[in-house]
Ligand binder design. Structure first.
Ligand SMILES: Cc1ncc(COP(=O)(O)O)c(C=O)c1O
Length: 376
């Protein structure tokens, strides 16, 4: 019996965490101990991420969103302050400003990196501008060196959203190595996972101490349990999650090699189609892709294509949906379609394909064949 052309031997996931015996070992070590929270694994994880990104301090927290909030709050960005940021992102990168009643001033992106366009930043500045919050999209660096220089020149703070950028670098400098604070996220679809979790890195010991206090219900460094010196949160990372992170970090090179293999397999399988633009690193960049997002020719009906792919057993997804067009942003700020044309054009053409470190080469070929069939 011959298999149908696109018979899929196993379900192909859109994303999949890569967890092995080392993760089981370290998480079991936590569970066998009496310390399930506020212990040594969080400290080890903090030291590991700080070392990887060349920063002095790491502050582990419960999610990337919590990390962004910690950073914004510790920098004192508050009511009425304007922060220049991108509308082509995951919603948390702008929400963290709303939490503090600061105002996101969206600036359109550039087609190539999909990051905020540095040439448009000055035009969005005002005397209330306090900071820039750029996002590295899908693991590809935005033009962070220029943005960093501009922020320094103008005396603005820099909050680097590196939630999708762990392991990527530009000019030999790791992402997460630029901002006053930089933030990583470890949801299961990320380069490494802790289940839920995040990390803020910084070189400023005072900022780090403030964020540790904010994360821990506003307690002081002396740790007195029922003494609260400021309004705080419970944004701590538990020890099971931190142990998972320590094990994943040990395996980062292996995981990264797996993702690079899958990206190369997509290049081979999809490389020569004129209706498709594949994700590529720019000059001087090393990219550890977080998701594999291709861009379709504008004549292709992306949403219909997603449906046809699903019928062929292939999950896929648009990535992202513009932030300024989310209902409550429209309501609060009066944004309308057309406000950020590059963002809107890109967002209408993106398609995230199945991507995971252990996706087999023949699964990648299945996806490519199904995509070609669905487009035809
Ligand atoms: C760009 C960006 N910022 C922030 C976040 C928030 O991270 P988390 O989902 O861990 O809260 C994510 C991840 O989902 C992200 O992709």
């Amino acid at each position: 019996m011959t298999a149908p052309q696109h018979h899929i031997a196993r379900p192909i996931p859109l994303a999949r965490p890569d967890v092995g015996p080392r993760e089981l070992e370290l998480v079991a070590e936590v569970l066998a101990s009496d310390t399930l929270a506020m212990g040594g694994f969080a400290l080890r994880f903090e030291a590991g991420i700080a070392a990887l990104t060349g920063r002095r301090e790491g502050v582990a927290c419960s999610s990337g969103t919590a990390g962004l909030h910690l950073g914004v709050r510790a920098l004192g960005i508050g009511e009425g302050d304007e922060v220049i940021t991108t509308p082509f992102s995951f919603v948390a990168s702008a929400n963290c400003l709303l939490y503090e009643r600061a105002v996101p001033r969206f600036v359109d992106i550039e087609e190539d990196s999909l990051g905020i366009d540095p040439d448009l930043i000055e035009g969005a500045a005002s005397d209330r501008t306090r900071a820039i919050l750029p996002v590295h999209v899908f693991g590809r660096p935005c033009r962070i060196e220029e943005i960093d220089a501009l922020a320094k020149r103008r005396g603005w703070r820099l909050v680097e959203d590196a939630c999708e950028g762990l392991g990527s670098s530009v000019g030999g400098r790791p992402l997460g190595g630029f901002g006053d604070v930089a933030v990583f996220a470890f949801y299961p679809n990320k380069q490494i996972t802790t289940g839920e979790g995040g990390m803020v890195v910084t070189d400023d010991a005072e900022l780090a101490e403030t964020m540790r206090s904010l994360r821990n219900q506003g307690r002081d460094a002396d740790g007195t349990w029922l003494r609260h010196v400021r309004l705080g949160y419970n944004y701590r990372l538990d020890e099971m999650s931190a142990a998972l992170g320590v094990a994943q970090l040990e395996r980062l090179d292996e995981l990264r090699r797996g993702r690079a293999r899958v990206a190369a397999a997509y290049e081979r399988a999809l490389g020569d189609r004129d209706w498709l633009r594949l994700p590529r690193a720019g000059a001087g960049e090393i990219v550890d892709w977080f998701v594999y997002v291709v861009r379709l020719h504008p004549d292709i009906d992306r949403d219909a294509l997603i449906g046809r792919l699903a019928a062929l057993g292939i999950p896929s997804r648009p990535y992202f949906s513009p932030l300024h067009l989310q209902p409550y942003y429209r309501e609060a700020f009066g944004f309308r379609p057309g406000d950020f044309p590059v963002t809107e054009r890109v967002a209408a053409s993106t398609l995230a394909l199945p991507f995971a470190s252990r996706l087999a080469d023949d699964d990648v070929q299945h996806v490519a064949d199904a995509l070609a069939e669905a487009v035809a």
